[in-house]
Design a protein around this ligand. Structure first.
Ligand code: OOG
Ligand code: MG
Length: 257
């Protein structure tokens, strides 16, 4: 691993720990997608050194709504760790975050590993034990929440925290037409159909499995995979209550103070 990969990972890790955002790494010479994933890997390594373990994967920028909101038009993937897992109904401490936003997602809990290449929607559904609604809290370590594709990859898809709903529902094939409603303090602020994510949210999980195959990786049994924000994200502010409801899958709530 090159010195700059380690240094960039330490810079992003310190930004999160100190709650001080940094300039995009692309302005400091980060250019290649493969190098960006090396930085991501080193960044996750720092969390693992502190005792966190991998609990799953996450997709980023898989819907047009997200791509437009962030000004980046290509999907990417990252990983979620035990330290990011929250309980539905929990209140987040804004003082521990930089400028967090939250977005509704459909999450897949895998009962079997998924190994690419050529993983398709049907393979994802066959490997899925449960579907569950998720709220993904993103907190870019970059100033102004502004980044390019490679910056967001290096920053592990802006991952900060996530919560899952309490109902575990067996996989179903109509996820493309499943509705999602995002409420802030009881008022609907965003809505989408499952198809907003790559035409079918399982296609996003397949995308991650197929991308991982190129570097000798796979999605593991027992992992949760967040398929990517269905709508534009909502900023978390003090006193807020956010609920995502996915039809047939139930709902999940997070608050912030
Ligand atoms: C990067 C992508 C994060 C998603 O679902 O699109 C993501 C970002 O928007 O900060 O989790
Ligand atoms: Mg997300």
């Amino acid at each position: 691993m090159t010195d700059s990969v380690q240094e960039w990972a330490r810079r992003l890790d310190a930004a999160a720990t100190d709650r001080k955002p940094v300039a995009p790494l692309s302005a400091d010479g980060l250019g290649e997608v493969s190098t960006a994933y090396d930085v991501q890997n080193a960044l996750i390594g720092l969390r693992r050194d502190r005792g966190e373990r991998l609990v799953g994967g996450k997709l980023g920028l898989t819907s047009r709504a997200k791509q437009i909101a962030m000004g980046v038009d290509k999907p990417l993937y990252g990983f979620v760790t035990s330290g990011m897992l929250c309980t539905s109904g929990e209140r987040l401490h804004l003082g521990e975050l930089i400028h967090p936003r939250v977005e509704p997602e459909i999450a897949f809990v895998l009962g079997a590993p998924l190994e690419g290449p050529d993983v398709q929607i049907a393979d994802v559904l066959a490997a899925t034990r449960y579907l569950v609604p998720a709220l993904d809290v993103i907190d870019s370590r970059y100033e102004g929440f502004s980044f390019t594709h490679v910056d967001a990859i290096a920053d592990n898809a802006s991952s900060a925290a996530f919560a899952l709903g309490d109902d575990l529902v067996a996989p179903r094939g109509d996820l493309a037409s499943t509705g999602c409603v995002l409420e802030v303090d009881g008022r609907v602020v965003e809505s989408a159909a499952g198809a907003a994510v790559m035409g079918h949210p399982a296609a996003a999980v397949a995308f991650m499995a197929n991308q991982l195959a190129q570097v000798g990786g796979r999605l593991e049994a027992g992992w949760v995979v967040l398929s990517g924000g269905l709508t534009a994200p909502v900023p978390l502010r003090p006193g807020i209550n956010v609920t995502a409801t996915i039809s047939g899958l139930g709902s999940v709530t997070l608050g912030a103070d």
